[in-house]
Design a protein. Sequence first.
Length: 333
Amino acid sequence: MQATGNTRNRAKRIATLTALLAAAGGASAQAATPVTFITNWYAQAEHGGFYQALADGLYAEQGLDVTIRMGGPQVNSAQLLAAGQAQCIIKDDIGTVMARQQGIPLTMVGASFQYDPTVIITHKDVNSLAELEGRKVLISSSAHSSWWPWAKSQYGFTDAMSRPYTFNVQPFIADNSLAQQGYMSSEPFALQREGVEFNVFSLGQEGYPPYGNSIACSDELIKQHPEQVQAFLDASREGWKRYITDPAAGNAVIQKENPEMSSEQLAFALERLRSSGMVAGGDAATQGIGVITDERMQATWDMLLENQLVDTDKVSLQDVYTTEFVKQNPVMP
């Protein structure tokens, strides 16, 4: 009888343990909600906070199974989001406005950078952007619907000054009369390696109002699962805080995803992120990393209206963004 009792007790304990493990496994599986996030270019330091959050398990701690997909010249992230292939993407203020104007249901929920990292690079004889009036400036096609109209109104630039930028610094190097657009941590690195002397003017620090590398999520996710949006944003902001402090884990993932990204380029970019205050400066210094404010969004909207870049019959400022999530659980630098 004793042996039978022991057998029964042992069976009960095994059954109980099995049930607990199954419940735990089920809860874990249920908590790991898949989220696909698409960046705006190949993996680089400008996405470091997201890769750091992935490497450090911050998304997993929030119950998310995040997949980061690289963007690039052939990737239309807004269309992929509209097709349900992504829940959140990197899309700047103006890009979000234009997407909504085209009927794509997405909303900006936070920002990686407190100002746009686009720069204008000049030769050393130019000491201010106003001095470029009348010179040729190499710009991308997308600039015509974003910062170029602002620059025209601010500095007297004209469309006759613009020339296509092919993402190659050699024309600038060969012609001392040219200026060109660039990314704060990219083209200056390439020119520095070539031994070229140049000046850099940050559009954001010159007063261009949009944020940089903003985060936009689908309206469906925001309405049906706001807790997932909050979790993604919380982990990403903590990821940015860690990345600008110690980027080793994030850089390892970046270089795995984009083997062409050198350690020297990452180090250069990180120094610019730190020294410029893009991540931790501005309103982020007092309101937390990733913050967006009504005042700044209004300034961007006013700039779009002034330059006739938005159709107010198709989209309103209130449609474009929400501060609901950045106000919760602030991550201070």
